[in-house]
Design a protein around this ligand. Structure first.
Ligand SMILES: Cc1ncc(COP(=O)(O)O)c(C=O)c1O
Length: 372
């Protein structure tokens, strides 16, 4: 066993320290120009993401949660409508549906932890208007299977790609499949700013126009109020930081894939664990590993052991999938795969400040726990 290390689950200070002079130069530039709200940097960032993803329109908003409910409002989902969404997601996906007055219908997950198309199929009713695939952990759902269900029943696809920027299914980027897709720019996300931020992406001119109005008090380009709106703008200072980070984003995604390959090489033979699909396991998927969500026998003991060894891990959503929040009133929801998964799953550290030696240390500790 190597010398003891302390490996945080996510290393916020290290990411700043790695590029401090460049980041301070960005802050000085923006503040020197006094350019804070809906300025050049925000427009440039939106254009950069549009180029990167192939989306026709990209709109910066205040956070990934606003992005979802602004998108839902813009496509006209509301009271009387049902939206099918996985239970294995952040409460934000489901709350956004609730807050436009529609009914979230919770679906089960498949072996790769993503929304299971078979479960979705069973939940379609006359009131279903949309399916919300959540592009979880930096992986994209089986979009062919979900699109086939949407086509069969004339439903919209509305993507929560908060965790998916840069992931692809059959060469197409997460966030660009449906009527709209959303991204979170929360600091620990694939592309994170220094606070809150989010994006709505769409190929539909009218949806883009509506989100543009909704995010800025219903004002059009001339500043005239032409609709009801809110304030949900991406700060220009955050946009400038994101523009800077965009330059090295492809390399950051490749580093995450290399870390995933290293975990796979060292842990893939353990019968006690199930790992996420390896980076090149399926040519349809290009996964970017927002998270490295594993399943493990004796999960809680293993996590306690790793903690003793200095390795911080977490269980997503505090360990509770949405249908298990009793206070939210979900009744008769039977999701056996999600229930099973949440007895076994947790997240190993996965971020660009991890060194190969950190990954090896984590793997050695896991192998030692299982006596290997
Ligand atoms: C799957 C998912 N949906 C939505 C969100 C909400 O994003 P934000 O925290 O930027 O509001 C997050 C991120 O926290 C998320 O992981």
């Amino acid at each position: 066993m190597q010398q003891r290390r302390t490996i945080p689950f996510f290393n916020y200070p290290a990411l700043f320290a790695a590029q401090e002079p460049e980041l301070m130069a960005v802050l000085r530039d923006v503040c020197g120009r006094g350019a804070y709200i809906l300025q050049r940097d925000c427009r440039e960032f939106e254009e950069n993401v549009a180029k990167f993803t192939g989306a026709k329109h990209v709109l910066g908003v205040a956070n990934g949660t606003d992005a979802i409910w602004l998108g839902l409002r813009a496509v006209g989902i509301g009271p009387g409508d049902e939206v099918i969404v996985p239970s294995h997601t952040y409460i934000a996906s489901v709350a956004s549906i609730h807050f436009v007055g529609a009914t979230p219908v919770l679906a089960d997950c498949g072996p790769d932890h993503m929304l299971d198309p078979q479960s979705v199929h069973k939940l379609v009713t006359k009131r279903t208007r949309a399916i919300m695939p959540v592009q979880l952990n930096g992986r994209t759902c089986d979009m062919d299977a979900l699109q086939a269900i949407a086509d069969e029943h004339d439903l919209m696809i509305v993507e929560d790609a908060a965790q998916g920027l840069g992931s692809k299914f059959k060469g197409r980027m997460a966030g660009t499949f449906g009527k709209f897709g959303t991204i979170s720019l929360y600091p620990a996300k694939l592309l994170g700013c220094f606070g809150d931020g989010g994006l709505v992406m769409t190929n539909d001119d009218e949806v883009a126009r509506r989100v543009g109005l909704l995010r800025d008090h219903g004002r059009n380009e001339e500043g005239k109020v032409v609709a009801w709106g809110f304030n949900s703008r991406l700060d220009n200072l955050q946009a400038a930081i994101l523009n800077f980070k965009m330059k090295s984003f492809p390399q950051a995604l490749e580093r995450r894939r290399a870390i995933a390959a290293r975990y796979q090489a060292r842990l893939g033979s353990l019968a006690e664990m199930t790992l996420p699909p390896a980076p090149d396991a399926d040519p349809r998927h290009y996964d970017v590993y927002q998270n490295y969500e594993v399943e493990a026998d004796r999960r809680d003991e293993l996590r306690a052991y790793l903690e003793e060894q200095g390795v911080r891990t977490i269980i997503q959503w505090g360990g509770t999938p949405v249908h298990q929040f009793a206070e939210l009133g979900f009744k008769d929801v039977n999701l056996p795969a999600t229930d099973r998964l949440f007895k076994r799953c947790f997240l190993l550290p996965m971020h660009t400040a991890l060194s190969d030696e950190d990954v090896d240390y984590i793997c050695d500790a896991i192998r030692a726990f299982y006596g290997k």
